[in-house]
Design a protein around this ligand. Structure first.
Ligand SMILES: [Zn+2]
Ligand SMILES: [Zn+2]
Ligand SMILES: [Zn+2]
Length: 352
């Protein structure tokens, strides 16, 4: 990915929708040169510029002259081996990622290459370039992402947006219930980073209660008795037996369909307005307390802690959607995940 201070093309040309990954391919076998170029063109959605040189000397010259995103390096090269090339690269302090290619049976060399700073290695198989294409795609995806966003997070975000055009933070949390490998916070902060670089846009939807302990957006409303804190409540029409002052929910008076009996004094209650009256809707707790309004608290479904409304965190819930630029930059993630379900064309989504 280049040295720390090396400008990336996406920073130099932030509006450029398609980023071209610049690849240096150091390979002396003509057939391999042709095959890789052909496969990248045909099998991959990578927008690339491929510079091919036949030995390490030419390779070093090119690296000195221009910036590359990725180097693909064959082990067996005339004059200077791939391992020697890696050594020279290190001395030049070039930090471009290198995918190292060895032949079958050269696994020891591969280990040595990794020690000398290669990012990945591929054991060359005459007929199968798939692994190499995949490694190149992964690097291309990594390059097209903002710093601090991992390929794994990008794949997850691409996966979310392959099925949903726009998603709120709450919906994302809901969708993530099945997938606990990543934290919601990680996805949301990655999305905010995508907004910052223009890959996504967001708009505020509403405010929501969040758990002050874990940040979850799924606290459950907890209704409690104001006298004893019991959360086991009943709600209903209440009546008062005027003779004794006994108040209770109406169904507690119902001896049968027609007969009302006061649960306090045990006497029959006969006529509305004469010996009993309606007192409106009341709550009753499991300990027998009657009250008109329960206390509202919250129970977090993630960390299971209880908290009160004044302890709660209030969060602005945003709805996110990928911009055209973001979609194009994450295109490889959509592909890598095997879900080419939706295509983004001219600002609108099409199912294919
Ligand atoms: Zn109570
Ligand atoms: Zn009574
Ligand atoms: Zn919590």
């Amino acid at each position: 990915m280049g040295g720390q201070n090396e400008p990336l093309m996406r920073d130099l040309y932030p509006d450029k929708i398609f980023y071209k990954i610049k690849i240096l391919y150091i390979e002396d076998t003509k057939d391999d040169q042709i095959i890789l170029k052909h496969l990248l063109e045909k099998k991959s959605k990578i927008n690339f510029e491929l510079v091919i040189v036949s030995d390490g000397f030419d390779g070093l010259r090119r690296v000195n002259e221009e910036y590359f995103d990725l180097i693909i390096l064959d082990y067996k090269l005339p004059g200077m081996s791939g391992l020697e090339f890696l050594e020279k690269l290190k001395k030049l302090d070039v930090k471009t990622p290198v995918i190292f290619i060895t032949g079958k049976g050269d696994e020891r060399v591969a280990v040595e290459a990794m020690k000398r700073g290669a990012k990945d290695y591929i054991v060359k198989d005459e007929t199968d370039f798939d692994r190499l294409i995949k490694a190149i795609e992964e690097t291309a995806l990594e390059i097209s992402l903002p710093k601090n966003i991992s390929v794994e997070v990008a794949l997850n975000i691409a996966n979310l947006f392959s099925m949903h055009e726009a998603l709120s933070a709450e919906e994302i949390e809901y969708l993530f219930e099945q997938n606990h490998r990543l934290q919601l916070e990680e996805i949301l902060s990655a999305l905010d980073e995508l907004v910052r670089v223009g890959f996504a846009e967001r708009k505020p939807l509403h405010s929501a209660i969040a758990c002050p302990y874990c940040g979850s957006l799924k606290p459950n409303l907890l209704l409690q008795c104001p006298h004893c804190g019991s959360g086991n409540l009943l709600k209903g029409e209440a009546i008062e037996h005027m003779n004794c002052g006994g108040v209770d929910l109406k169904f507690n008076f119902n001896k049968d369909e027609e007969t009302l009996v006061c649960p306090k004094c045990g006497k029959k209650v006969r006529q509305l307005g004469v010996d009993y009256r309606k007192v409106g809707t009341l709550f009753k707790c499991s300990n027998g307390h009657l009250f008109s309004l329960p206390v509202f608290n919250f129970k977090c479904l993630s960390c299971e802690k209880n908290f009160e409304i004044n302890e709660a965190t209030l969060k602005t819930i945003f709805q996110y959607r990928l911009t055209r630029k973001g979609y194009n930059n994450l295109l490889l993630a959509f592909r890598a995940d095997g879900s080419n379900i939706i295509n983004f064309r001219d600002g609108s989504w099409e199912h294919s």
